[in-house]
Write a protein that binds this ligand. Structure first.
Ligand code: C2E
Ligand code: MG
Ligand code: MG
Ligand code: MG
Length: 279
């Protein structure tokens, strides 16, 4: 009966919530342990290539990877969410920044994009500490791009704006990630000091579906042009997509077609060593 079906649905729903809750707790506990023991966290890098043909990759996106002895590999979407909800995002974020900076010393002059959660930007003084950490590693701020998602718009938090402006002022590049999936308004884009707009892969996927997808991506590119933002297309999986994106006028392309995220050792030239200490 409908009533029985309804009851079963509710039970199933409760069970799922319960197991998600359990998962959340286990992930939190294991993540706490990983941070304390300093193990299992690493960074993979995915090339971001200039849209003009033949150019070598000079930019990468840093993507967090975590393998727990208990849980195995946990997807970043999942453990970042748990870290944000539990406050672990702060220590985790600093740990990841240290790992990226150490790797960047092996990467010559390459630029690296780092994802930052709204929760990190909501803490006052974030930009100042971020800058101090980067400089302490001897890395020039212009080599680092900070990626934030449109989630920051939803938070509508004065501290976030303040910290973003401070980061830009200190020489970091700012990118708006996953553009088109959230709530960023044109007004917001003009107010904040963004340099780069990353078109979400759902739009990239739509360009082969026909005129409507093409039109949508064209208009995003047009908007970015008018605002003097550089455009990165994410999630490019085929040469056909790359051809269309070049034609539309994307500046940089990123996706499995050009390279999957991999440890720094996959990208550095043999013989390249750490640069001598500044200071
Ligand atoms: P994102 O910043 O939008 O990163 C791009 C995601 O798309 C990555 O997933 C990447 O592996 C994936 N990707 C790249 N090319 C392709 C493609 O051609 N096809 C498909 N299907 N996917 C592609 P990943 O590494 O699983 O990361 C997921 C999300 O987790 C990231 O999305 C970012 O929001 C978050 N994240 C990852 N690392 C960090 C971090 O260190 N800090 C924070 N706060 N968030 C992070
Ligand atoms: Mg990103
Ligand atoms: Mg993205
Ligand atoms: Mg994403």
């Amino acid at each position: 009966s409908a009533k029985l079906r309804e009851t079963l649905e509710v039970v199933r729903y409760d069970k799922r919530m319960e197991s998600e809750d359990l998962d959340h707790k286990r992930i939190e506990r294991e993540l706490r342990r990983a941070l304390a023991e300093g193990e299992g966290l690493e960074i993979h890098y995915q090339p971001i290539v200039p849209a003009s043909l033949g150019a070598a990759p000079i930019r990468y996106e840093a993507l967090a990877r975590w393998t727990s002895p208990e849980l195995g590999a946990v997807a970043p979407d999942r453990f970042i969410k748990v870290a944000e909800a539990s406050g672990l995002i702060m220590p985790l974020g600093w740990r990841l920044l240290d790992l990226v900076c150490a790797d960047m010393r092996l990467m010559d002059q390459a630029r690296v994009s780092i994802n930052i959660s709204p929760a990190q930007l909501m803490s006052r003084g974030f930009a100042e500490k971020f800058t101090a950490v980067v400089l302490s590693h001897g890395i020039a701020p212009w080599r680092i791009e900070v990626e934030v998602t449109e989630q920051i718009v939803v938070r509508d938090d004065a501290t976030i704006e303040h910290e973003l402006i401070a980061l830009s002022h200190n020489g970091f590049t700012l990118a708006l990630d996953d553009f088109g999936t959230g709530f960023a308004s044109i007004g917001y884009l003009t107010q904040m000091p963004f340099d780069v707009l990353k078109i979400d892969r759902s739009f990239v996927r739509s360009i082969e579906d026909g005129q409507q997808g093409m039109r949508m991506v064209r208009s995003i590119v047009g908007l970015a042009r008018a605002m003097e933002l550089s455009i990165v297309a994410e999630g490019v999986e085929s040469e056909a997509e790359a051809v269309l994106l070049r034609r539309i006028g994307a500046d940089f392309l990123q996706g499995y077609h050009f390279g999957r995220p991999a440890p720094v050792s996959a990208w550095i030239k043999p013989g390249a060593g750490p640069r001598p200490d500044p200071a």
